[in-house]
Design a protein around this ligand. Structure first.
Ligand code: SAM
Length: 300
């Protein structure tokens, strides 16, 4: 089974996409002698094998389809859902911000439906490693099945565990948490990350973000960024070019940080403030301490 298709013609074992009327899309693997059944008719796999990509084909009752290599976003869209999944607009930016590249060692939790895992597996290649933790075995099983269909499990270690119990790995390059309460697991994250390593999380509500910001500061994570990503689509009719009528208004907030090692007795408070490790609340307590010292001096 293969998703990296460089040849000009389809072969048995290739992952293919058929796109029919109303953008209805089907992704499956070509098997010698196989048959694909849809309400728009039956297509014999043998009639699709050895064909050039991009051509139009027809089912037994004449329904038209285009024969394509599925793109990664197409594959993610078709991921079987056990949970809320992540979308390409967030996944792409997170991969860049976390510095994910061939050879990266990364922890993620939870596996969920495996949509982020799929993109990660593509990005890190054979030399990288994903350690994918999930508390609910039933969710992870669905994700594993999806990844197996894509032939993408070779660089992934799946673990059924509540991450409250910590991670097995140390010195990983990055940790990504897609769980409701990432702020409860930063000690565990810190233990697993290499010094200076990358952390990211995605959260749907602002309340969760502020809890995470507070916890990141308390656990010596610095260079913190929060953003969200809006994506607007346009109607691709040249004579009436304009935005599409509907838009997804909100998916989640993205939070990024680096794990740093700080000797709080020696560190320059100005620098700590600049990198986000000290905040307004620390300033207030310093001012209060100064006031108390002044008062004591006056009393004497
Ligand atoms: C939103 S889903 C993750 C979706 C996934 N990123 C994807 O792209 O398909 C959140 C998952 O985290 C799991 N989870 C929540 N808390 C957890 C914990 N403490 N330890 C491990 N997994 C956890 C849930 O069971 C759920 O499957």
């Amino acid at each position: 089974m293969s998703v990296e298709i460089e040849q000009a013609y389809t072969r048995a074992g290739d992952l293919i996409q058929l796109v029919g009327l109303s953008h209805k899309s089907f992704i499956f693997t070509l098997i010698d002698g196989g048959e694909f059944h849809t309400h728009r008719g039956v297509i014999k796999h043998d009639d699709l094998i050895g064909k050039p990509w991009g051509i139009q084909i027809f089912s037994h009752n004449g329904s038209p389809f285009f024969l394509l290599q599925p793109s990664l976003p197409d594959i993610l869209k078709s991921t079987k859902r056990a949970t809320q999944i992540m979308y390409p607009k967030e996944i792409g930016y997170i991969l860049i911000q976390l510095g994910v590249k061939p050879g990266t060692r990364i922890i993620e939790a939870g596996t969920g439906s495996g949509s982020f895992t799929t993109a990660l597996s593509y990005a890190i290649g054979d030399s990288g490693r994903i350690y994918s933790y999930e508390a609910k075995e039933s969710n992870q099983k669905i994700a594993i099945r999806s990844l197996e269909k894509l032939g993408l499990t070779g660089n992934i270690e799946f673990k059924v565990r509540d991450i409250r119990e910590g991670f097995d790995e140390i010195g990983v390059d990055a940790v990504f948490l897609d769980v409701a309460n990432p702020y409860d697991y930063l000690k565990q994250v810190k233990m697993a990350l290499k010094p200076g390593g990358f952390f990211a999380s995605i959260l749907p509500t602002m309340n969760q973000v502020t809890s995470l910001l507070t916890a990141l500061r308390r656990n010596d994570f610095a260079f913190i960024d929060v953003c969200d990503i809006s994506q607007r689509y346009y109607k691709t009719e040249p004579s009436r070019f304009r935005p599409t009528d509907r838009m997804i208004a909100h998916t989640g907030y993205l939070i990024f940080a680096r794990s740093v090692t700080i000797d709080h007795d020696l560190a320059d408070p100005k620098l700590l403030k600049e990198i986000g490790v000290l905040g307004i609340e620390d300033e207030k307590s310093t001012e209060m301490d100064e006031l108390i010292v002044v008062d004591e001096a006056t009393e004497e």
